[in-house]
Design a protein around this ligand. Sequence first.
Ligand code: ATP
Length: 368
Amino acid sequence: MELKEKLVAVHPELDAVRAAAGEGPVYVVGGAVRDLLLGRGRADLDLVVVGNASELAAKLGAEPVEHERFATAKVTIGGHEIDLATARTEAYAEPGALPEVEPAGSIEADLGRRDFTINAMAIPMGEPSKLIDPHGGRADLDAGVLRVLHPASFIDDPTRALRAARYAARFGFELEGETAELLRAADLDTVSEDRREAGLLRLAGEEEAVRGFALAAEWGLIEPAPDGLELTARTAELIADGPWSLAEDRARMLRTMAMQPVGRESELVDARPASPSEAVELARRFDPPALVSARVRGAYWLDEYVREWRDVKLEIDGDDLVAAGVPQGPAVGAGLAEALRRKLDGEIDGREQELEIALAAARAEAGG
Ligand code: ATP
């Protein structure tokens, strides 16, 4: 399939953009071009306008992104997200600092600020059969290599090194020789904590996060916690589905496992609860990520907690105790807690017995 046909097939939302853009200098850029050439489907589209993106954004009814000095905007058309930006160049006054940004007079100038050749290609909206590829991105894509555009790239912005780990993990690409050398000299310490953290979280958000962390460690970018890589791999498997699934927090969880030593949850690893009720009492003091951490570190007893014990509920509630004459207050809680404990340990069964035990315990509490 020709480039133009691929573009139309993968991004039907471009029809609306084409109508709004007219003859204007609007380009599909970056990851969208890369993924198109790779034959990977993709949800979002990045567009660059040479001049000012505001006009096109307004025509498309896009929401402007407020904090940006140069017009950028986001719009969703037919369920597809489109990011619009004004073409710009960047100059780095200091390693790792945020760049000084100027408008770019051409799409080539905008492509020149990008991280890797495979991300530095553009397709003009008005001429969608043409690939603008000033840095040999297409050849690198075919060869499966990541190559920076200039030798100072990682000095300007060391977070690009983490981006390299992300792409290498996702696509199974290699670093080109000189890029590999430059990357080994990258110093993430020159970057603010926030930006470093954002880079790590994005790495952790990859399907191949474990491979990404392994590469980042191998390249000397990060120093994982003791056993961090092994634990991250186990965690990814554990939380993928089933009772331990943690879909929403996956990235944060993997990032923590890779980088952070064990915390308070080591108590769970060392514990040998003698009964289900003891297990519940201990485990419920920890949040789900701490439970996952303890489980991959060997607290296998937590499997039963997560599968069964955590969800054991009484058939009675506080109203039943109050109706039976227990005064409102701590006695109600004490009664219910005792009934739950006995139920968890298999000593009682059914509503009647729950009520009997709970009342006895509540009265003892109220009386004592
Ligand atoms: P993904 O598929 O992970 O979203 P993407 O290529 O769309 O990848 P973004 O982080 O959304 O990645 O960035 C969009 C584009 O902006 C990139 O393709 C790249 O050209 C450029 N870019 C982003 N971050 C940097 C950076 N730190 N330095 C240089 N160029 C960057």
